[in-house]
Design a protein around this ligand. Structure first.
Ligand code: NCD
Ligand code: ZN
Length: 350
């Protein structure tokens, strides 16, 4: 039932972030508390330099995350490994048996930040995909083709036809997450396709269309990959996220880059949303008159897809206006949160 539009507070099962970049070292120590304050668990992306390609790397990375977690915050990092042309079936089985690895990430080589070691041709990954299908380890896909002849705004839609559909024909029982979907085509595909498939949706793709990157000048903090799309796509994503369909769940893709590397002649891709993720989603769901659908999207659907129980605790969002800070300390540098200086109408209570 839709909530009363005057609702002043909303309590939901503690949510999870099913797509997150935590980085490493001092950067990680700065950003981790933001995520751990809001979310019970997060799927941690493996695109470090060098990438997290083995179970051993993922175990060591997980230990570093737990070490950096401030006392009093409860948070469980759900680790992933980075698929390469050379990932073996044995590595996949080791990952599954470790119990700490919950997905294998596909970065098409060259598609995004730290994807150089990614897959050049999925046909080289047959043994790994076969093993994943067999042991039920999901493939988490950055779903964009890297063909320079394809317009950057079309790369996701083309990926569905060229890569995703053939892959799912060959591996019909493979569990797949189409990460950070940005188009009507992806939302429709995930809604209608047969078999085990889910999709994460970021807050920024629910809130903004591509005009935001160019409003009054070039605005690098709105540049991420996959890039923001036209308004019709944003609307399709809002419809999917607020539909109650359990295939769609929260994944912030919060991707911290130092301020100077965003405000740069060749700026990095990524939006920093870990600070205010839930509030940004609440804003998007509230604008769609669908706050009653936030709990399923943020706290229940992803856990069910990953065969995990929902979190035990809860969080409360209150109607309260506040201003997003201009920047935040991050290691030796700073990071600019998405919509810095803007105002939010919801705030997570401590
Ligand atoms: C991510 C990053 O910076 O690691 N950037 C982004 O724009 N989303 C990589 C990714 O998820 O594509
Ligand atoms: Zn990402």
């Amino acid at each position: 039932m839709p909530l009363n539009p005057d609702t002043q507070s909303l309590t939901i099962v503690r949510p999870d972030d099913w797509h997150l970049h935590l980085r490493d070292g001092a950067t990680m120590a700065s950003v981790l508390p933001h995520t751990a304050r809001q979310f019970g668990r997060a799927i941690v992306m493996p695109n470090l330099r060098p990438p997290v390609t083995t179970t051993g790397h993922a175990q060591a990375y997980r230990e570093r995350i737990l070490q950096a977690l401030p006392a009093g915050l409860e948070f469980e990092p759900l680790m992933t490994i980075y698929l390469t042309d050379n990932t073996s079936a044995n590595e996949i089985r080791r990952a599954r048996e470790s119990g700490i690895i919950h997905g294998v990430k596909l970065y098409p080589a060259g598609a995004t930040t730290n994807s150089d070691a990614g897959v050049t041709d999925l046909r080289k990954c047959g043994a790994a995909l076969e093993a994943m299908q067999e042991c039920g380890l999901p493939l988490l896909m950055h779903g964009e083709v890297t063909d320079a002849a394809i317009d950057i705004f079309d790369r996701e839609a083309v990926f569905i036809d060229r890569v995703l559909i053939p892959l799912r024909k060959d591996f019909p029982a493979l569990k797949v997450v189409f990460e950070h979907i940005t188009t009507r085509q992806a939302a429709q595909y995930v809604r209608d396709a047969a078999g085990a498939i889910g999709a994460t949706i970021t807050a920024h793709h629910l809130l903004y269309n591509r005009n935001e990157i160019f409003r009054g000048g070039i605005r690098p903090h709105y540049y991420c990959l996959p890039v923001l799309k036209r308004e019709e796509h944003r609307q399709a994503l809002v419809a999917a996220a607020t539909s109650g369909n359990p295939r769609f769940f929260l994944g912030t893709d919060s991707a911290p880059h130092a301020k100077g590397l965003k405000e740069h002649a060749c700026g990095c891709a990524g939006c920093y949303t870990a600070l205010h993720a839930l509030e940004l989603y609440a804003e998007a769901f509230s604008a769609a008159g669908a706050l009653d659908k936030l709990e399923g999207f943020a706290s229940l659907h992803g856990a069910a897809f990953y065969d995990l129980p929902a979190n035990a605790g809860s969080v409360t969002l209150e109607r309260h206006e506040w201003e997003i800070p201009a920047e935040l300390p991050m290691g030796e540098t700073t990071v600019v949160p998405l919509d810095a200086g803007g105002r939010l109408g919801w705030r997570m209570a401590d």
